[in-house]
Design a protein around this ligand. Structure first.
Ligand SMILES: O=C(O)CCC(=O)C(=O)O
Length: 269
């Protein structure tokens, strides 16, 4: 099998079902290290006066939300550009996509479900005739139904309008179970919610790398959210994906060549 087809089965599953489970992309040690950095990140943001319980997103403080991961540690900057995530996202969105957001949700015992949504429905109105958004969900702990696995509706990646969301949606939800080190790749049209963590003592920690087609406004303004020092550490290609330069998302799909290069030999009349 050619190197470029190493994920052929997962890509086919993703196209048809709207999700794919990539096993052991991180080793158990790497996942544990990222989890440690995540707890450090929580302490950093709280020390800076930011809340990690967001009442508009979660029913109670057992969910811990950490935004701006790219500002918080190199390990998160490496994950957002991880070749496996980029390859899988690119297999759906094509070569040109941007990074909209990178956040964490730690579901601690007692956490309850947020709203049912598709990630694409949060950033653009229906009809959702194309897939314009993708998530790479990094599992830093084992993820089970009991500890709050993300719940999704099978086949909902084919829903094109809000009126098509089944009225008995809660009865249709099934858990995305996975192991620490796995990555779940989710099509932005798949309807899902966070599960309830009914365990006594298990945390469920997930990171959500959100990528979209370049015409969709990024949820994060990276030029404002990232320090100059961190911005300078990115390669030109990474800066383009973050929309950091004056051309922002224009560079991704636009054609900024001069008229004389676009139409050689022709002059305005
Ligand atoms: O934490 C989860 O299981 C789902 C989170 C989610 O879908 C979101 O934050 O948009």
């Amino acid at each position: 099998m050619a190197e470029s087809d190493r994920y052929a089965a997962e890509k086919a599953h993703l196209k048809e079902h709207g999700w794919a489970r990539m096993r052991s992309v991180l080793s158990k040690d790497e996942a544990a290290q990222a989890l440690e950095k995540l707890w450090e990140a929580k302490a950093k943001v709280e020390a800076g006066g930011e809340e990690t319980f967001l009442p508009f997103l979660d029913p109670n403080p057992s969910n811990i939300r950490i935004f701006y991961l790219l500002q918080l540690d190199q390990i998160f900057r490496d994950l957002i550009f991880h070749p496996t995530a980029l390859e899988m996202v690119g297999s759906v969105l094509g070569e040109k996509f941007i990074i909209s957001n990178f956040t964490a949700n730690i579901a601690r015992p007692g956490s309850k479900s947020m709203c049912l949504h598709s990630d694409q429905s949060l950033v653009m109105p229906d009809p959702w005739t194309n897939i314009w958004a993708m998530n790479a969900v990094w599992c830093l702990t084992d993820v089970t139904k009991e500890n709050g696995a993300t719940l999704y509706i099978p086949g909902s990646n084919k829903i094109e309008a809000r009126t098509e969301v089944p009225s008995n949606a809660p009865e249709l939800l099934v858990p995305f179970e996975a192991e620490a080190g796995d990555v779940l790749i989710m099509d932005g049209r798949l309807w899902h919610t966070s599960g309830e963590n009914v365990t006594k003592d298990q945390d469920r920690a997930l990171l959500f790398g959100y990528y979209t087609a370049p015409h969709i406004r990024q949820q994060t303004n990276w030029a404002a959210a990232l320090s100059k020092e961190i911005q300078e550490g990115f390669s030109p290609a990474q800066r383009t994906m973050l929309g950091l330069d004056p051309t922002a998302n224009v560079d991704v799909v636009g054609d900024l060549r001069f008229l004389s290069v676009q139409f050689p030999g022709l002059v305005p009349s």
